[in-house]
Ligand binder design. Structure first.
Ligand code: XLS
Ligand code: NI
Ligand code: NI
Length: 438
């Protein structure tokens, strides 16, 4: 019996159940604004934190029972891990998973061996997918753990490292494609610098742009229809990461002619680390037309690093969920739980409890956001605030008909004296709060 076969499949039992291992709010078939809850949220379990992390930190070794982990990882260990992962996914009742190449495969020493090992486990994963109906939200290549990537992958000072990154990304992109993955993610954890004194910033950015163009070209060559996603993060492990936030990624994509090809995977706590609100990142991505997917987690307000905790505050998530609903929901994206247990959560049941709590939190936020949208008061408040732009003056400015000079003359002639009007911020905040009742 696998480690995670310790519980009965998790079901929706409603808000009054006394069972901790049940969903209280997440009822996957419940219709919310005409769409099933599961189709709004598309929750995914990530391989790396859930099955590939033994509970180590900078000061201490593994605390969690993960018998399939070790160094090097053999084929048999990778298969045992896969069995446990799918056991967990099925019992949790979650439709999607995500992985890095090295999370799923046996350790490889050479490019050829890397390709072979990934192909072998891919066949096993394909069989699991076929047998269970679980799907792949996205795959990604780990271009940050191996010591060769200490100075970056696409931004490495060494072209041989860049070439190794090409091996991994070609392999993982093709595997993701064959497994029916709906997106492919690139997180440039070491695409940045620790010191500018030894860094050719311009050259690194150009080569990063080159790498991404090669990835996009390959995607089209193999006919992968999923979305390529870049995941912003401001720092950690590097002091500065080039993809620091959505705005920086948008500028980068535009500069290298990739804005039509690549979207973003926004992570909640990466936004926090960048000094931004999660909903700001969602809004920025919508504004630039690059909204793709979300890594859901949270940080700790008193820790300045990526603590990757499971979300448990629904109200905090409502503004972003309102935007998601206004956008019509995800297309190929979903909510990937890029979240991990605390080191003392050593029981197999803890991994279930963590995900159940996180998914119920998302469901609560979704229901509250749907009420906000249905009530319409927030949209009306915004609409009213900007109504001046629907006036004759507003239209003439936006259409380009007026120059700076003709507009200034017009203002002077009319003696404009705009009245200041309330921004209604407190009301807007209350509109969110009053719907958080689930
Ligand atoms: C790390 C990132 C990573 C990506 C996948 O902070 O969130 O987990 O999501 O490489
Ligand atoms: Ni992430
Ligand atoms: Ni992260």
């Amino acid at each position: 019996m696998s480690l995670f076969a310790c519980i009965e499949p998790v079901r929706y039992e409603g808000p009054h159940t006394r069972n901790d291992l049940a969903y209280r709010v997440y009822d996957r078939d419940r219709l919310v604004l005409g769409k099933r809850m599961e189709d709004w949220l598309r929750p995914a379990v990530c391989y790396w934190h859930s099955f590939n992390w033994p509970g180590t930190d900078m000061f201490g070794g593994g605390t969690l029972e993960r018998p399939w982990l070790g160094s090097p990882v053999t084929e048999a260990m990778a298969e045992e891990k896969l069995d446990a992962a799918f056991d967990f996914l099925e019992r949790l009742g979650v439709r999607y998973f995500t992985f890095h190449d090295v999370d799923v495969m046996a350790t490889a020493a050479s490019p050829r061996q890397h390709e072979g090992n990934l192909r072998r486990i891919e066949e096993r994963i394909a069989a699991k997918i076929a047998a269970t109906g679980v799907k792949l939200l996205w795959g990604t290549a780990n271009l940050f753990s191996h010591p060769r990537y200490a100075g970056g992958a696409a931004t490495s000072p060494d072209p041989e490292v860049f070439a190794w990154a090409a091996v991994q990304v070609r392999g993982c992109l093709e595997t993701t494609h064959r497994l029916g993955g709906e997106n492919y993610v690139l997180w440039g954890g070491r695409e940045g610098y620790d010191s500018l004194l030894n860094t050719d910033l311009r050259g690194e950015l150009d080569r990063y742009g080159r790498f991404l163009s090669m990835v996009v070209e390959h995607k089209h060559r193999i006919g992968f229809k999923g979305t390529i996603l870049l995941e912003p993060k401001p720092f950690e492990p590097t002091k500065h990461q080039y993809d620091r936030d959505v705005a920086a990624v948008c500028g980068f994509l535009q500069r290298y002619g990739l804005a039509q090809e690549v979207k973003v995977n926004i992570e909640v706590n990466h936004a926090t680390l960048a000094g931004l609100d999660f909903e700001h990142e969602v809004a920025a991505a919508r504004a630039c037309g690059v909204f793709g997917s979300i890594d859901i987690n949270r940080g700790d307000p008193r820790n300045g690093w990526d603590t990757d905790q499971f979300p448990n505050n629904a109200q905090e998530l409502v503004p972003a969920l309102v935007q998601l609903i206004e956008d019509g929901g995800f297309t190929s994206g979903g909510f990937n739980f890029d979240a991990k247990l605390r080191r003392q959560s050593v029981d197999p049941a803890d991994l279930y409890l963590a995900h159940i709590g996180g998914i119920d939190t998302l469901a609560r936020a979704l229901l509250a956001a749907a009420d906000v949208v249905t009530e319409g008061a927030l949209a009306r408040l915004r609409d009213e605030r900007y109504r001046g732009w629907r006036s004759e003056l507003g239209r003439r400015i936006v259409s380009g008909e007026l120059t700076l000079a003709s507009l200034a003359d017009l203002a002077a002639e009319r003696g404009l004296d705009p009245a200041f009007r309330s921004g209604r911020q407190e009301l807007a905040e209350s509109l969110i709060a009053r719907h958080c009742k689930y």
